[in-house]
Design a protein around this ligand. Sequence first.
Ligand SMILES: NC(=O)c1ccc[n+]([C@@H]2O[C@H](COP(=O)([O-])OP(=O)(O)OC[C@H]3O[C@@H](n4cnc5c(N)ncnc54)[C@H](O)[C@@H]3O)[C@@H](O)[C@H]2O)c1
Length: 390
Amino acid sequence: MDPRSLGLILVGLGGSVGTTVAAGLELLRSGLATRDGLPLASVRVGEADGLVPYESIVVAGWDITTDDLHKAAKRHAALGADLLQPVTEALEAITPWPALEVSDDTAGARSQVDRARDDIARFKRESGVDDVVVVQVASTEPPPDLRWLRTATLEELDAAIDGADVALSSSILYCYAALAEAAPFVNFTPNPSFEFPALLALAARNRVPLAGKDGKTGQTLLKTVLAPALRARSLRVDGWYSTNLLGNSDGAALADPEARKTKIETKSGVLDAILGYAVDDHVVDICFYRPRGDDKEAWDSIDVTGFLGARMQLKVNFLCRDSLLAAPLVIELGRLMELAQRQGRHGVQAQVGCYFKAPVPVGTESVEHAFDRQHAALERWLVESGLSLR
Ligand SMILES: NC(=O)c1ccc[n+]([C@@H]2O[C@H](COP(=O)([O-])OP(=O)(O)OC[C@H]3O[C@@H](n4cnc5c(N)ncnc54)[C@H](O)[C@@H]3O)[C@@H](O)[C@H]2O)c1
């Protein structure tokens, strides 16, 4: 058995996605879970150059609520009692570390960053894992005013963390802490993180691989599958109406119009980029509707024009399970980032862009949104790494 093991450190461990990751890994370890829905389940593991086995992944992380993970998972109700019961003890044994406290000014930001760094280093030492990857799965935040960070150098960011009078957000501080500890960082949320020159410089200095942002799990996945086909057949998209009905705590956070703005931004960008023209009537909406719980309903109504002006419509209704689509991607991203770091890769890992709604560009390169091309890039990397998806 390959001794290599991975610590998956989640920001927002007690959330619906975080607890589903933890429960899913425990169920896999106990042999009680099938591998359906895990995109890289067929890739070779356990040898010097393979991926880390699922059974060798240990979770930890921070949250505002410090309920143990069994209590938190029961509250989210993404997983039924049949799935939680066999892993009760394992989940009860995991309690999130207290979240960083970020006030409006940055006074004390350095001590918060240092605490997060200590948490990462202590976990690595005490759990005995070989490597760690940090994944941001905390609540979507209202967009903080980070205009100053767009041009700030690493020295200026350090000065800000040391107490200058500018705004910072918790997602930036977690990201900074991970990069300072040379831990690969994945941003699975639409929150800002490493896409600023100062953080990219820190990642380059410490040779850290990065991936993000905002997991592509449901509606946007299907949009980026369908749009390339419509383009290939010259079916002109006149309008694309997308709405989401969801009743979990992510939905509650997105009921705040400011937080919703952050999410709608990452969901809206993909269409024009794939089609090559602007769709004026591309409407994206998110509706907090409690009865739906974690069973998110994604509705798309698409109007297209074909040969001789023929008007047609397409309706897509994805009745999905939000956290059960997200958790396997978080697990796979952890394994892929561990591989990237082992290969000495650093900076933005464009080859994992198929997992994100708004992939962060590498330098001035344009971003690929079409799912087929994104997935081909991932396959190419794996094949070049001596691994194959089949
Ligand atoms: N399919 C999906 O579920 C999906 C897809 C893409 C992106 N996401 C994103 O993943 C994130 C998590 O989704 P979720 O359904 O688990 O939401 P959730 O509300 O259930 O969980 C978020 C958790 O983050 C914690 N948190 C908030 N601020 C924090 C902080 N500063 N530090 C540490 N913890 C903090 C909350 O207490 C909560 O437990 C959201 O931002 C969501 O938009 C989810």
